[in-house]
Design a protein around this ligand. Sequence first.
Ligand code: 5GP
Length: 178
Amino acid sequence: MHPDITEVLFTEQDILAVARRMGAEISRDYAGQKLLLVTVLKGAFVFMADLIRNIDIPVEVDFMAVSSYGAEAKSSGVVRIIKDLEAPIEDYHVLLVEDILDSGLTLNYLKKYLKSRNPLSVDIATLLLKEGKQEVPVDYKYLGLICPDAFVVGYGLDFAEKYRNLPYIGILDPRCYS
Ligand code: 5GP
């Protein structure tokens, strides 16, 4: 285990099991429909890679990037779009794939933003949920795992751009950011 990690919460096998379950649900729910998965960079890209390989209906992907916490371990509440979608989405059912739903500020903003571009639907799939931490209500359609109220890294999730390559999700030692 990496020396900055105090506890492994979810192993690669745990996360792959989520990708299989969620992929099967998405394949069933969107069969026969035009589906676009929108991934929020950078944190969600590793889970997205697992998820898409467990979807067995036609699917397209696009990427957005928003500013997140930078080198701090708590939400700033400020969402800035750094990279937007590449094509119109009017003909698509859009599923927004996120790594973690914490305060909900990011997803709340992105869902409204995507709705304003008139897709057939917009829904959310999140790998992790920090239960009870939402500052704004956010409806999600697919949920992977409940995450304790701690700052977690790994499997795409970073702190100051580090730890994304860990093949598990774990709690970062608070000494690393205090
Ligand atoms: P929210 O807007 O829901 O508070 O947070 C959204 C984004 O903040 C997530 O997509 C993620 O990038 C970042 N975030 C929230 N909690 C954590 C955490 O525990 N660890 C890491 N690495 N990022 C987090």
